[in-house]
Design a protein around this ligand. Structure first.
Ligand code: ADP
Length: 638
């Protein structure tokens, strides 16, 4: 028969990744075995799930699902074999020859730019998986046959750009991966992966809890067999989550976490819980130390797997974890669900809803625990996951109170450290009646905003919110601990007198209002294209003017973000506030009083408005005109 032998090229990104793997960015090569066992274990899970649903049609024997490891000193090969789901020829080309995951190019770019120390973390997040075989092998041969199909496939490559693929007959269902190990006298010596003790050590360390038997096949049985003839089972297969907490070591938790997350770092938090009563389940959840690169990509996965009575049911179980906690990894083992439950029915299952509620409480409680016990560690966690947790303020109103407690934000109180809202309210001045914040692009931008002046003068603390999502949650969350949240760039300010202010303030204000009675309506008309009102300000001390919004208006920062995203937006007209004590404003008033028809005055008005827009980091309506008006006038001042 025509076996369709083809030599194909790896996709460009796959080639790049292979090159990185071969030139060994991993310092720890042992993990290749964990990766291959992990793939084999997944393939066994898939076959079990599929045979539960497809049943006899699949024609696969699921009575002895296992992973077999076999070494051969003469040919220097190590083989990892499973009798799982297998792959079709097309699947081999798609899954092994390419990297389908989006963001690959970005990641490879980051890897290139990163220093050596960062590379491991980056590549780990990527899950080199199968390719890790090329760290220790100079050539890899894969034989596979998909359950429910007849033809098998042979694939072989040295990882250098091309691979061979052909159809072969007579293969058993499942996959075997044969590694032709690199010689000892290569550039670097590598461990002896042909030695049974070495294999056993690696399996114990990384794969002990795999739920399928991992058997070492002895070519020359040494009499210590406990499985089918000539084999020995290397792993204990005990589900970690089913064991009492007191009997699981940190190293075991970390190894388990690393298997399910592919994260080379240890988890930041481990949550192991058992629920008894009406609906029994065990959960083993982890908060990573570092956010995955795809935390904010649409395809980013949720990390919780569902098991039923210790049988794997599905990855990425969306019903168990809300979207804003998608960085949490782990396993939930529910006792009273049907093994054939589908994703769709899970979404509507009331018991699952109640499990999810309890898991969320546990995770938030654990984060709160870190916040209370270790500020530094909490700050690091918040930096990684805060932006996702803030989504919870919008997504999960039931837990908004708890999330507000967890919230950390920069503030004018401390340049180095963020603050919680609780700490903010504890520091609030006696006469202060709101939690003040300002949103903007950067800390410097916000700090230098003219809106800040009056607050600085009164010693009121202002939260500095620079994360894009801040714009959205502050608009949804009305208060914290009885104090309203208020943007200092919106609405009329009623701050009272600044310290050291004049006692006759009210009389003075009335006098000032009279003085400006003519100028303000004139300015409002002159700037009608840009603002809806011009009024006097109580928030400015040194700047001449600033732009403020009505309480319901979107902020300048948000408007800019929408525009950057190409969102059509009808321009929102805001309010121009003037500092009546500023020399430019008093001079403008005097000039207007003298000659209200002077055409030059309108240009000054435009300059005042334009400078206020620039000061808050906004976009000028007509930058060229602004620049010309300014430079035309400057010679007169020299
Ligand atoms: P990952 O496991 O992160 O998806 P891999 O490169 O390890 O990446 O594997 C790519 C895909 O190839 C897997 O998702 C799986 O679909 C398939 N695959 C790998 N090994 C096996 C195997 N032993 N049996 C069946 N499919 C496999």
């Amino acid at each position: 028969m025509d076996d369709g032998l083809e030599t194909l090229e790896f996709q460009a990104e796959a080639r790049q990744l292979l090159r990185l793997v071969i030139h060994s960015i991993y310092s720890n090569k042992d993990i290749f075995l964990r990766e291959l066992i992990s793939n084999a274990s997944d393939a066994l899970d898939k076959l079990r799930v599929e045979s539960l649903t497809a049943g006899a049609d699949l024609g696969a024997d699921t009575s002895d699902l296992h992973i077999a490891l076999e070494t051969d000193r003469a040919s220097r090969t190590l083989t990892v074999r499973d009798n799982g789901i297998g792959m079709t020829r097309d699947e081999v080309v798609d899954l092994i020859g390419t990297i389908a995951r989006s963001g690959t190019a970005d990641l490879l770019q980051k890897i290139k730019e990163a220093g050596d120390s960062a590379v491991q973390g980056l590549i780990g997040q990527f899950g080199v998986g199968f390719y890790s075989a090329f760290m220790v092998a100079e050539r890899v041969t894969l034989h596979t046959r998909r359950a429910g199909t007849e033809a098998g496939t042979r694939w072989e490559s040295d990882g250098e750009g091309t691979y061979e693929i052909q159809t072969v007959d007579g293969l058993p269902v499942g996959t075997s991966v044969t590694l032709h190990l690199k010689p000892y006298d290569g550039e670097e010596a590598q461990a002896d992966y042909l030695a049974e003790w070495k294999i056993r050590e690696i399996v114990k360390q990384y794969s002990d809890f795999v739920r399928w038997p991992i058997r070492m096949v002895n070519r020359r049985p040494d009499g210590a067999d406990d499985g089918p003839a000539g084999t020995r089972t290397l792993n204990s297969m005990k589900a970690l989550w089913a064991r009492p907490r007191s009997e699981v070591t940190d190293a075991e938790y970390a190894a388990f976490y690393q298997r399910i997350s592919r994260d080379p770092l240890a988890p930041a938090e481990t949550i192991h819980m058992r629920a008894e009563g009406k609906f029994e389940f065990e959960a083993l959840l982890f908060v990573p130390s570092q956010a995955p690169l795809d935390l904010f990509s649409r395809e980013g996965k949720r990390g919780v797997q569902l098991y039923v009575k210790s049988v794997f049911i599905m990855d990425d179980c969306a019903a168990l974890m809300p979207n804003y906690l998608r960085f949490v990894k782990g396993v939930v083992d529910a006792h009273d669900l049907s093994l054939t439950i589908s994703r769709e029915s899970l979404q509507h299952d009331l018991q699952i809803h109640s499990v999810r509620r309890r898991l969320v409480k546990k995770v938030l409680g654990s984060l709160k625990g870190v916040q209370e016990s270790d500020t530094e560690r909490y700050a690091r966690l918040w930096k990684q996951f805060g932006p996702a947790l803030k989504e919870g303020l919008l997504e999960d109103p039931d837990n908004a109170g708890q999330l507000m407690e967890l919230l950390s934000a920069e503030s004018t109180h401390d340049k180095e450290r963020t603050t919680t809202l609780r700490a903010y309210t504890d520091r609030m001045k006696e006469d202060q009646n709101a939690i003040y914040y300002l949103t903007g692009e950067s800390r410097a931008n916000v700090e230098n905003s003219p809106h800040m002046e009056a607050f600085a003068a009164r010693g009121y603390e202002v939260l500095i919110l620079t994360d894009p999502i801040d714009e959205i949650w502050v608009a949804q969350v009305p208060e914290f601990a009885g104090h309203p949240l208020r943007s200092i760039a919106k609405g009329q300010l009623d701050l009272g007198e600044a310290p050291g202010g004049d006692a006759n303030a009210t009389a003075e204000t009335a006098e000032r209002d009279r003085e400006f009675a003519a100028l303000l309506p004139w300015l409002t008309a002159a700037l009608a294209d840009h603002v809806k009102q011009v009024r006097l300000s109580s928030r400015l001390t040194s700047a001449a003017a600033c732009i403020v919004g009505d309480t319901s208006d979107i902020s300048a920062h948000l408007e800019k973000m929408y525009r950057a995203m190409g969102q059509p937006l009808t321009s929102v007209k805001r309010i121009l506030e003037l500092n009546p004590a500023h020399p430019l404003i008093t001079a403008l008033r005097a000039a207007h009083e003298k000659n209200p028809d002077d055409t030059g005055l309108k240009e000054i008005a435009e300059l005042v408005h334009g400078s206020a827009v620039l000061a808050e980091g906004g976009i000028l309506p007509d930058p060229a005109r602004f620049s010309r008006l300014l430079t035309d006038r400057l010679p007169g001042t020299l």
